[in-house]
Design a protein around this ligand. Structure first.
Ligand SMILES: [Zn+2]
Length: 370
C-alpha cells in the first residue's frame, strides 16, 4: 500500500484506486512481503527493482520475479488492474457474480472471467478452523433438474442424492461460522468423520433424526436430535441456522449461476461459505481476506480441466505401450512391433485427434458458463 493513500472502501473507489498498475503492484507486494520482497528461488533479500517492467531481479541467483509468482495470479496474462477489481467484485457481490457479468464488467472474455473466478474461489477456501459450543449439522441437495441441462451434463454419472442431486454437508456454530462441503453421499461413515474433523469434542451437536448421525455420543459429543416430521424447533435443538445458510446458498446458485457443473460445485460452496462467514466484515475486509490467501495457492487451467487431459494422456500412453508389448496378433502378421504401434497410433488419432482434446475442454467450460 502506498503511504498516505486511503484504502478503497467501495467498488467505485477500488476501480479508481487499482486503475494504476504501479499502485496494484505496491499494494500486493506490501501484502505478500510485509518485511520486504525476497527471491522465491533462493530466498535472498538482495534485489534490484526493474521499475518499467515491475519485476524484481535477485542479486544472488539473477532470477527475475514478479509479485504474481506463487499466487492465484501466477502466469495469468491479465494485469493486476483487472485482477484486483475482480477480487473486489467476487468478494463483495451479495449473491455472487457470474462469469458473464464479470467478463462484461472487466472487458475480458467470459472464458477468462470463468477461470479468474475459479482462482479467486480457491483463495476463498475456508481454512480448517474448529467449531465449538452449540453446533448444528445438516445436509442438503443441490441441482438435479435435468430439464435445462446440456447433453454433456446429462451424460454425467448419477450423483449420490435423490434424483441425481449432489449432496452438500454443513456444520454451523450457533451464532458463528459455517463450514460446508460437497460430499459423495450422506451415509454415517461419510458424515461422522466430517463432524469429528470440524467440531471440538465435548460440543453439543444438533441434527435431525437421520440414521447417519447415530453414534455421535461415542465420538465425544453431546448429541440431540429434532424430529423434522413433527416440528422444526425443540427448545434449543434445531438446525435453523444451517437451513438459513442453505437458503442463501441456493438463492446464490439459482439466481446468479444458471447452471453449475457438479464437478465445480465445491468452488461455489466455498464462495458462499466465505461470503456467509464474512457477512459482518467490511467490503475492504473481505477483499483483503481473499488477497491475504492468494499467495501459496495456485490453480492452473489444467487443474480445472484435468479429467479431459487425463483421458488423452492415458490413450497416448496405451498407444506407445504397443511399442514395448510382446508381439500382438497384428504385429505377428507384419512381424514388427513398430508397425503395430503405428497402427494403434493411427487408430487413436481417428478416434481421438488432437483437435478433440480442445473439443473436450469446450463442454467443460460451456456447461459452467452461468
Ligand atoms: Zn535468488
Amino acid at each position: 500500500m502506498s503511504q498516505g493513500t486511503k484504502r478503497p472502501t467501495s467498488l467505485i473507489e477500488a476501480i479508481r484506486y487499482f486503475a494504476d498498475l504501479d499502485v496494484c503492484n505496491e499494494f500486493v507486494a506490501a501484502l505478500r512481503w510485509p518485511n520486504g520482497p525476497y527471491c522465491p528461488r533462493c530466498g535472498s533479500v538482495e534485489y534490484s527493482y526493474l521499475k518499467t517492467r515491475r519485476l524484481w531481479k535477485c542479486r544472488d541467483c539473477a532470477k527475475q520475479y514478479s509479485v504474481k509468482v506463487g499466487t492465484i495470479f501466477e502466469s495469468s496474462p491479465l494485469g493486476l488492474d483487472k485482477w484486483l477489481p475482480a477480487v473486489w467484485l467476487a468478494a463483495n457481490t451479495k449473491n455472487g457474480i457470474s462469469s458473464h457479468e464479470l467478463g462484461r464488467s472487466l472487458g475480458v472474455t467470459q472464458k477468462s472471467a470463468w477461470f479468474m473466478l475459479h482462482r479467486i474461489r480457491l483463495a476463498m477456501q475456508t481454512e480448517g478452523f474448529l467449531l465449538a459450543g452449540e453446533v448444528e449439522a445438516d445436509e442438503t441437495f443441490i441441482g438435479g433438474k435435468t430439464g435445462n441441462k446440456s447433453p454433456h451434463q446429462k451424460r454425467g454419472k448419477p450423483r449420490g442424492g435423490p434424483g441425481g442431486k449432489t449432496p452438500v454437508f454443513g456444520v454451523k456454530e450457533r451464532g458463528g461460522k459455517v463450514r460446508a462441503e460437497v460430499v459423495p453421499n450422506v451415509k454415517g461413515d461419510t458424515l461422522k468423520p466430517k463432524i469429528a474433523k470440524a467440531v471440538k469434542t465435548g460440543s453439543a451437536v444438533y441434527t435431525d433424526q437421520a440414521p447417519a448421525y447415530r453414534g455421535l455420543e461415542g465420538l465425544g459429543y453431546d448429541h440431540d436430535t429434532v424430529n423434522h416430521a413433527e416440528r422444526y424447533v425443540d427448545g434449543r435443538v434445531h438446525t435453523n441456522g444451517l437451513e438459513n445458510f442453505w437458503a442463501l446458498l441456493k438463492r446464490g446458485l439459482n439466481g446468479t449461476y444458471v447452471s453449475v457443473d457438479p464437478e465445480h460445485l465445491f468452488r461455489y460452496v466455498d464462495e458462499r461459505v466465505f461470503a456467509f462467514n464474512g457477512r459482518h466484515d467490511s467490503d475492504y475486509g473481505r477483499f483483503s481476506a481473499v488477497l491475504g490467501a492468494a499467495p501459496g495457492r495456485r490453480l492452473t487451467y489444467a487443474d480445472v480441466t484435468r479429467p479431459a487431459v487425463a483421458v488423452f494422456v492415458f490413450l497416448l500412453v496405451s498407444c506407445f505401450g504397443a511399442l514395448t508389448r510382446p508381439l500382438s496378433s497384428a504385429s505377428k502378421r507384419s512381424n514388427s512391433p513398430f508397425a503395430s504401434a503405428v497402427v494403434s497410433l493411427a487408430l487413436v488419432m481417428i478416434v481421438f485427434p488432437p483437435g478433440f482434446v480442445f473439443m473436450t475442454f469446450l463442454p467443460v467450460v460451456a456447461s459452467v458458463s452461468p
